[in-house]
Design a binder for this molecule. Sequence first.
Ligand SMILES: Nc1ncnc2c1ncn2[C@@H]1O[C@H](COP(=O)(O)OP(=O)(O)OP(=O)(O)O)[C@@H](O)[C@H]1O
Length: 467
Amino acid sequence: MSAEPARVWIVDDDRSVRFVLAAALGEAGYEVSGFDSAQGALEALQRRPAPQLLFTDVRMPGDDGLVLLDKLKAAQPQLPVIVMSAYTDIASTAGAFRGGAHEFLSKPFDLDDAVALAARALRDSAGASGDGEPVAADEDTLIGDTPAMRDLFRAIGRLAQAPLNVLITGETGTGKELVARALHHESPRARRPFIAMNTAAVPSELLESELFGHEAGAFTGAGKRHVGRFEQADGGTLFLDEIGDMPLPLQTRLLRVLAEGEFFRVGGRELIRVDVRVVAATHQQLEALVADGRFRADLLHRLDVVRLRLPPLRERRADVPRLAEAFLRAAAAKFQAPVKQFDRAARERLLAYGWPGNVRELENLCWRLAALAPGDTIDVADLESALSTAPSPAAEASWEDALGRWARERLAAGDSDLHAHARERFDRVLLEAALAHTGGRRAEAAARLGLGRNTVTRKLAVGRKRH
Ligand SMILES: Nc1ncnc2c1ncn2[C@@H]1O[C@H](COP(=O)(O)OP(=O)(O)OP(=O)(O)O)[C@@H](O)[C@H]1O
């Protein structure tokens, strides 16, 4: 906030709402004025310096809040407006967003939420570009205007202020890390570090020292003292991606550290105390891992104080053009080239596509097209050829990788019959897939797998005995 307190106006015919909201915003350091009608606010606009943020009710005698929104936006397109209403029906919410509302606050609301929202709206508008042009997507901007994303943004606003652990779920490439960063940037911890660690990317034997650090000589190869991610994140946020891949012994240790807020470095004697907010993410069903004995239920409960689900891109297709445009703009800025655009048919193809790799796939595609498409207009042929040369998202997380991770985890846990165990699971996966494909017909499933029928029967019997 600047040295001058920001001017916030509240328009609501309900006196008590005006009163409590004004008191809370005043306490937060804003200069607040209240109006009981849209008319009153519009008149004041002729005489007084314009507000920097406006809260308005929807249903009021005279002009309603949406009419006020239209008039204000015509005069002052940059003004952030927060629309408040007890009528949380789709029509008024959609109307408000179409009219350019920054946020929607449903009544009754929590005063702390309202104050946090005000701070965010003012910060966003201070950071917006002056000429109203959409800005190129930088790496930390979450783009989305579909209801699911709107809900998510609201949840981020609310949650950022609370010192709670958050679990973010969603398929790969849906933006989980970006959401974790947003939670951090919107929080009182924003000036402290945001530290990310992908559990699946670190060999399991190194995970413990990566997280908690180690003293010099703690184990072979530990030359110098190493400060772990927990310590690096002190005062800030630690983002643990792919938490479902964490080996069980480390889950136990993590649970203890989260409960106690202190730990020893590997090979260390000094008790380290940290204040860290943990945001974890996973693309897996953690409940299923718990049922399978591969994830600790108590750790899940500790991490899962609040859960944010990121919808796959195919469930919010309306965001695809917006995202694509932002990525093409970002790529053009980077390449110092004109911004390319999709023609109509290409845009339709984009909307129809399934996006198994979600936003990441779209982002990569746009960058490839920005670099390779011959003209400034991208047509369906350009698009199809870029889609067909894309590395499949499935290849990024191959089953060999998953198997390798599983093996390392079991070894770390002290298992010694890995091979038999892995073969049995391998057989089971193949058999189940083949049986599902043939509608349960064993002979056909055996033929499709290239196995004899007796072999299949035997393997099924083994599977049943064990499970
Ligand atoms: N809503 C969004 N707006 C703009 N960019 C986005 C959005 N969602 C995702 N991205 C971009 O897509 C890419 C993938 O996002 P991110 O790494 O956050 O996904 P993720 O869900 O954490 O993936 P994974 O599970 O594979 O780690 C990033 O480059 C990110 O900037």
